[in-house]
Design a protein around this ligand. Structure first.
Ligand code: PLP
Length: 389
């Protein structure tokens, strides 16, 4: 019997580097290896490569290149956004959603320690912020709001245009963590009512260790990391030129994929086929919003057919034994023994909140793998349910 090769279904944790990304990085490591601040030809070459990467990303995502600060990833970018924006404001209230990534939560707790009041915006059963709270939450002393655009664990997209427009009216600064959204829908960031947006390269087949902070020029954003004045004084440290080149290649690839598919993610119908195959299974409950969700993302809570919650971490191990790489909760919180705070914020009882599973697809899956995916995942889930139930 032919042994099926393992399938990587964990795009929302990290995506394998695309060949074009490796080629762009190799070229930069070979030709643009110098310090981009150096005042000689080698340095000019590196500076040129860095700026070309900045311009490519900005052009693909619809904003002026001068708005982009490179940093080490989504975690740093969210810290720089929140701590940097707060440094130019009098102490007030910061509002974050109940389903933020731990990176935003950590930055919020730092601000709380500095005297900021922290308010948590409740979400409904599918993980969407409850807009009934909008006016109350934006009233003084609120000065800063952070709501993630695409929830990594349950896939729900937040109504960030509505939230951003309300923040504008209230004179409140708005940050959105767009880590999971970039590359999966066409974006025109300049047109969004968002003051600062953050994302990272490694979810879209770019390198680990580089992310982006996109801030409007009128925003007084204090630097999180000082130093030699790099990135127009917004982020100290010699720039990672080759990573920036890989980041740009990854963004361009993702945009080309969207364009070739009329502005939609080609993985969405594949995800829908998978959903249709899994949803009828006894013991499977799909989590997150149906209509407004990340197009490559499927999440569920797994019970035994008789309704007994099954431990998500053991289900992940069981699926891996059957060649399927998935996750339970976010990769960053996968060491957590207790149930998912995201599922609990959505109203799942603690005994179910440890039973979450996430499957996220990527362009490395071949047409043949995608064709057999629903049957393969369904069969593996049935075995895992039988083993753990
Ligand atoms: C929504 C979201 N925000 C932020 C991050 C952190 O990004 P990075 O790993 O680049 O620091 C992640 C990564 O899991 C994420 O999913």
């Amino acid at each position: 019997m032919a042994v099926e090769s393992p399938l990587y279904l964990d795009a929302c944790a990290a995506a394998p580097l695309a060949e074009q990304v490796i080629a762009a990085m190799l070229a930069a490591y070979q030709g643009a290896w110098a310090n981009p601040s150096s005042l000689h030809g080698f340095g000019f070459e590196a500076a040129d490569c860095l700026e070309r990467s900045r311009q490519a990303i900005a052009a693909a995502l619809g904003f002026p290149a001068s708005w982009l600060t490179f940093c080490s990833g989504g975690t740093e970018a969210s810290h720089a956004a929140l701590l940097g924006a707060a440094s130019g404001l009098p102490t007030g209230r910061l509002v974050i959603s109940a389903v933020e990534h731990p990176a935003v939560q950590a930055a919020a707790h730092q601000l709380q320690a500095q005297g900021w009041e922290l308010a948590i915006w409740p979400v409904d059963g599918v993980g969407r912020v409850d807009l009934a709270w909008l006016d109350r939450l934006l009233a003084p002393p609120t000065r800063l709001v952070s709501v993630l655009w695409g929830q990594s664990e349950v896939g729900t997209l937040q109504p960030i245009e509505t939230i951003g427009a309300a923040c504008r009216r209230a004179g409140v600064l708005f940050h959105s963590d767009a880590v999971q959204v970039v590359g999966h829908q066409p974006l025109a960031i300049e047109a969004l009512p968002v003051d600062v947006l953050t994302f990272t390269a490694h979810k879209i087949q770019g390198p680990r260790g580089i992310g982006a902070l996109v801030a409007r020029p009128d925003l007084a954003l204090g630097a999180l990391i000082g130093g030699g004045g790099q990135e127009a004084g917004r982020r100290g440290g010699t720039e990672a030129v080759a990573l920036a080149a890989g980041f740009a290649a990854a963004i361009e690839l993702a945009q080309a994929r969207l364009k070739a598919c009329g502005g939609t993610d080609p993985l969405e119908p594949e995800r829908d086929r998978l959903l249709a195959a899994l949803e009828p299974l006894a013991g499977v409950t799909i989590t997150g919003c149906r209509q407004r969700r990340l197009p490559h993302h499927l999440s569920l809570v797994l019970n035994s057919p008789s309704g007994q919650p099954l431990p998500g971490r053991q289900a992940v191990a069981g699926l891996w034994q059957r060649g399927l790489a998935v996750s339970s909760g976010t990769a960053c919180a996968s060491g957590r023994a207790s149930g998912s705070p995201v599922l609990q914020a959505m109203g799942f009882p603690p005994e179910l909140a440890g039973s979450g599973l996430r499957l996220s697809l990527g362009p490395w899956l071949t047409p043949e793998q995608l064709r057999s995916l629903p049957d393969r995942v369904r069969a593996a889930l049935l075995v895992v349910q039988a083993d753990l139930g």
